[in-house]
Design a protein around this ligand. Structure first.
Ligand code: ZN
Length: 356
């Protein structure tokens, strides 16, 4: 067993502003990939401040669940960048990672990103998370929408060089975003813990992350401007990211992708609703341990924090989604047996328990 997470993590309030020189030393021409919210939460302003004197280009149109076409477009627009900074939730950070690969290897198409033997290097990547959830700032993954489906790629070269993790950017996050992103972190910690690739190193981080989310997510929802609570959730999210850098994610992520691409459900929410089902199928010491952390009622916790899915779906949709999930690579690291029938049951479970 081992532990590999080569990203330098700098953590704390104002951590970007306190490390001006470190960021400046990365290069001369910076490309910032972000969405609209980084203007409101102060993260873009901090990064622009420390890049004073450098050439800086900003792409701030990153959509949620970015399609690979956007990645190609950005790489063509900013060919001369020598450092890529991703600021935001998972979508801008994952886009930044993919762009960094294409900038270093201009002969590649976005489709080639999924063939990891076609490239070795990327431009240096710096990540500044502004949600407590994705953990992308400490992983070698980038999840994009390819041919209408969410599909991740993984490569050593897209581990960010530095992650600047400052909870203050999450203080303005809406209740809906706070809940959905924290549920993503919870899914990372739980799936990583039961994953067949879990190690005693990743387990320590996973358990701590689950405990923190259980304690502090309800507190943040009740008191969203409380800096201590926000900091604890940010810490939990970073730990959970370190977990999946070791273990990958399991079937709940594969199941959830369909609800995100077809029904527009936020990724964390779409994923976490499958955890109770996955834990039931797993049915081993580890799933029991997780259930006990929630007093044997993860569903009760979900009710407490208001997990609901304002969507509906048909038996035909379930049938077509289940076929996709059955072929997902996530199944290889998921404990327990899954068939087309049991995967359909997972969607039926979610439909009858969470859909209104
Ligand atoms: Zn996730």
């Amino acid at each position: 067993m081992g532990f590999h997470m080569p990203t330098k993590v700098l953590y704390g309030r104002d951590v970007v502003l306190k490390n001006r020189e470190l960021i400046q030393n990365f290069g001369e021409r910076f490309l910032i990939v972000t969405g609209k919210s980084s203007k409101k939460n102060g993260s873009l302003e901090d990064v622009l401040d420390v890049l004073d004197g450098k050439y800086v280009a900003v792409y701030d149109e990153t959509p949620e669940n970015p399609p690979t076409a956007i990645v190609e477009e950005i790489a063509k627009m900013f060919t001369d960048a020598d450092v890529v900074i991703g600021i935001g939730g998972g979508s801008p950070m994952d886009t930044a990672k993919a762009v960094a690969v294409l900038l270093e290897n201009p002969e590649l198409s976005a489709q080639d990103l999924y063939e990891s033997n076609k490239y070795k290097k990327a431009k240096p990547i710096i990540c500044v998370p502004t949600t407590a959830g994705t953990g992308s700032e400490v992983t070698q993954y980038s999840v994009l929408t390819f041919n209408g489906r969410k599909r991740g790629f993984s490569h050593e070269c897209i581990f960010p060089r530095v992650a600047f993790v400052d909870y203050k950017y999450t203080l303005t996050a809406s209740e809906e975003l706070t809940l959905a992103t924290a549920l993503d972190a919870l899914a990372h910690a739980v799936e990583g813990f039961i994953s067949l690739r879990a190690t005693p190193f990743s387990d320590v981080l996973a358990v701590e992350s689950v405990k923190l989310i259980k304690e502090f997510l309800p507190k943040v929802l009740n008191d969203p401007e409380n800096e201590f609570y926000r900091e604890r959730l940010m810490f939990a999210s970073t730990l959970a990211g370190m977990v999946i850098a070791q273990t990958g994610t399991t079937i709940a992520h594969a199941l959830g992708y369909n609800l995100t691409t077809e029904k527009n459900v936020k990724h964390g929410l779409a994923t976490a609703v499958f955890l109770p089902f996955e834990l039931k199928v797993t049915n081993n010491e580890k799933s029991k341990f997780i259930n006990e952390l929630f007093e044997n009622s993860l569903m009760g916790f979900y009710e407490q924090v208001g997990v609901k899915l304002p969507i509906s779906f048909s038996d035909e949709e379930i049938e077509s989604w289940a076929k996709v999930v059955l072929n997902a690579s996530h199944l290889k690291v998921t404990p327990g047996e899954y068939t087309l029938e049991s995967i359909k049951n997972a969607y039926e479970f979610v439909r009858s328990n969470f859909c209104i």
